[in-house]
Design a binder for this molecule. Structure first.
Ligand code: DGJ
Length: 733
């Protein structure tokens, strides 16, 4: 007997249930669609109780039809019954890349995972959680798959819990967070590579058969060569507006690994999780291993919509204070490097006030006495004020800032140590290094062993002491410059746990920081953009995309980051990198959270007046940039003019940034740029803002345009030589 019924869950997941009775055996669920507003992920339980992914794509109008999707495909034989497994075990029938592989307590390497049960919970309005329990029929070994759906944003987070009741320890050799399966005629992968000052360089290619691996083995600063974010387009390369595309990433601030395997049936298997490189994990009886979250969003209308969905999701659920405010600032790193004293800083505090920004940020070099931090070769780890630079301590500066009507923030790099430091002398056992090998340094420093609870206490203490001694401290820049070499912990018995325990230790510290100091803004910095991911961003209000602040480079770096992270999280500073005029540099930095890192005293009168006005102008438009919708109109890699638009949610205000990115003869905006996200029925007035003193705009701000006109015909920002950077403001009538 076959019964079918669609359970109309008020929430987000609809459940199409097939119940089969055979004798006394009762095989329940067959098809489990996980729906968001426009997208569905469909799991199906086979008659063998294997759990398959049978669909990932656009939501169907009739949920009952999810069950018949497999019939539409007449692909080659799957000899294993596991090619589209929702969590591929290894050592039994599997022939391709597994999501999990283990050695059982008895030394056996085989694993099979069969469906046991599932349940759906509504966690909050618009958020539901599907749990699918799997079990090995032979060994007491279980995996629970979690799928958390954010209905409105078309975002799904996936993770797994692994546990066993075997007599002894089970070794996990691979332990993925997610195992997806896509069907299309072809697949294009957009991935990123980089290095210091060259973050987020894109590469897009058609995937061929075999496995493409995106990964990091750096331990800390894990994004230095490759970040975990990627896109996969189905059938053809997605554009900004068209095509089916999945944007995905792992939420983990350590080694990651994503396998993209085009299988013999021409389907794409995506397996993502902590990198299992040098990380066999010994799982004790009863212990639960929870993987980090893999997240994705799926759009059938191109990359633009996918990124806006991610931005909304991030601001609402992940990024700390994602819908809140941010502080504009003046940073002293490039203005002084290590060469400053109290008087110099007091002058910079006055400059902060003069510039009109909210906060002064004191960067590296303020600490250490026995081995003063006068360069990057010494002092890291010794977090007491340097007495010759700051004889009256940080407290005096915090007070002085307040007397100037600005706030005070400070740089730290608490996970690291210079060998030339008192910390290293006192606690060599707190340092990650091989006991029998020569030390090897990255920026003359080593990484502290955060797997050790004493080190966690120390790192928490660095922040806690700063706030205890200076309660008015208003901002932290948390840096992380070194990778892990010579991976060895004097604390751990099991060395293959170190990469994982390091990150767990880091999160424990950040949890403690946030439970005691929940709101203080913190910048996630890692020698540039070496460590941005959504696990870390739960504790940080912003990230530093790159030390490369040449605005031409930043247009490209910020552009690629903007697919994955909202503008409110992007800390952009005006510096002396690049040869562009101050207006160009400032305009580019405004496409996120604005800061300055220049010597205000060196600015001529016009440049100073421009910067002061720019801060005021920014204060008027920052709400739209931080909380609005972002539209990439013309791409700097494909056009001579790059145009980026932000529109507020009410479609009343917009800010359009335009840059000349090709300096060849006669390059410029010969065509109007088609706007997006406006109300076609409303009229908008467009005016140029952030003009340099003494210049005027050719834009006629008296002319009113309908949203319909601006989206169908467009608007010409008149970018050309001499007008390399143009910011336009849109205001609905
Ligand atoms: C690397 C960061 O990315 C820079 O902004 C600066 O803070 C230096 N570290 C300080 O050492």
């Amino acid at each position: 007997m076959m019964q079918k019924k669609r359970v109309e869950l008020p929430l987000l997941i609809s459940l199409f249930v097939c119940c089969c009775f055979s004798g006394t055996a009762f095989t329940q669920i067959k098809t489990i669609p996980l729906e968001t507003r426009h997208h569905a992920l469909v799991l199906q339980v086979s008659d063998q109780n294997d759990v398959h992914i049978t669909y990932l794509g656009r939501r169907l109008n009739q949920a009952t039809e999810y069950g018949i999707i497999p019939d539409a495909y007449k692909q080659h034989t799957d000899y294993t019954g596991l090619l589209n497994s929702a969590y591929t075990p290894s050592g039994s029938r599997n022939l391709l890349e597994p999501a999990i592989s283990v050695t059982h307590a008895d030394g056996n390497n085989s694993l099979d995972l069969r469906y046991v049960s599932h349940e759906i919970q509504q966690l909050a309005d618009g958020i539901s959680l599907l749990k699918v329990a799997l079990k090995d029929p032979v060994y007491p070994f279980e995996v629970i798959l979690y799928y958390k759906a954010y209905f409105n944003d078309d975002v799904v987070e996936q993770w797994s819990e692994i546990k066993h009741e075997e007599r002894g320890t089970v070794t996990l050799h691979k332990f993925a967070s997610a195992n997806l399966h896509l069907k299309a005629s072809a697949y294009w992968l957009r991935q990123y590579y980089g290095d210091w000052a060259r973050e987020m360089q894109p590469e897009e290619e058609r995937l061929t058969h075999g496995i493409k691996v995106l990964d990091s083995k750096l331990g800390t600063r894990t994004n230095l060569f490759q970040p975990p974010v990627f896109m996969v387009s189905l059938d053809r390369p997605a554009t900004e507006h068209e095509g089916e595309v999945l944007l995905g990433s792992l939420q983990w601030s350590g080694n990651f690994r994503t396998d993209l395997e085009l299988d013999p049936q021409n389907n794409l298997r995506i397996i993502s999780g902590i990198n299992n490189y040098a990380s066999d994990y010994s799982l004790e009886k009863g212990e639960i291993f929870t993987t980090p979250i893999f997240m994705y969003t799926f759009s059938a209308e191109g990359k633009g919509l996918a990124s806006r969905n991610l931005h909304n999701w991030a601001r609402n659920y992940k990024l700390l204070d994602g819908n809140g405010q941010r502080l504009t600032l003046l940073n002293n790193w490039e203005a002084t490097y290590f060469d400053f004293n109290e008087d110099k800083l007091k002058a910079l505090l006055k400059d902060t006030k003069k510039l009109g920004v909210d906060l002064f940020l004191l960067d590296d070099g303020w600490f250490a006495n026995k081995y003063p931090r006068n360069g990057d070769t010494a002092g890291l780890g010794d977090w007491e004020e340097n007495r010759s630079k700051l004889p009256n301590g940080i407290g005096t500066l915090v007070k002085e800032a307040s007397a100037n009507g600005v706030k005070f923030g400070i740089w730290i790099e608490p996970e690291m140590v210079n060998p030339k430091s008192e910390l290293y002398e006192t606690h060599p056992d707190w340092v990650i290094k091989q006991p029998k090998r020569d030390e090897y340094y990255f920026r003359n420093q080593l990484v502290l062993d955060l797997s050790n609870p004493e080190v966690q206490d120390f790192v928490f203490g660095v922040i806690d002491d700063l706030f205890t001694q200076n309660p008015d401290l208003a901002y932290i820049k948390w840096d992380c410059n070194a990778v892990i070499y010579n991976t060895y912990s004097a604390h751990l018995d099991n060395q293959s746990h170190l990469y994982i325990e390091y990150v767990r230790g880091l999160y424990k510290v950040l949890e403690r920081v946030r439970s005691k100091y929940p709101t203080v803004p913190m910048m996630l910095c890692s020698g540039g953009g070496g460590r941005v991911d959504y696990a870390a961003l739960q504790y940080f209000t912003e990230y530093w995309p790159s030390d490369n602040t040449d605005p031409m480079e930043r247009i490209f770096i910020q552009w690629e980051n903007s697919y994955f992270y909202p503008a409110i999280a992007s800390a952009n500073h005006v510096t002396d990198w690049g040869k562009q005029p101050i207006k160009f540099r400032t305009d580019v930095a405004m496409m996120g959270k604005l800061g300055f890192d220049i010597v205000i005293d060196h600015l001529n009168d016009n440049d100073l007046a421009f910067c002061q006005n720019a801060v005021q102008t920014y204060n008027g438009i920052k709400g739209t940039i931080w909380h609005g919708d972002q539209y990439r109109l013309t791409h700097p890699r494909e056009n001579s003019v790059a145009s980026m638009l932000f529109v507020d949610k009410a479609k009343e205000k917009g800010v359009l940034f335009n840059y000349l990115v090709n300096n060849r003869y006669d390059e410029g905006s010969h065509l109007p740029v088609k706007l997006e996200g406006l109300d076609p029925e409303r009229n908008y007035r467009i005016s140029e803002i952030n003009l340099y003193p003494g210049t005027s705009s050719p834009i006629n701000h008296e002319q009113v345009y309908s949203g319909d006109f601006l989206m169908k015909i467009g608007f010409n920002p008149q970018v050309r030589k001499g007008r390399e950077s143009v910011i336009l403001q849109l205001e609905a009538e």
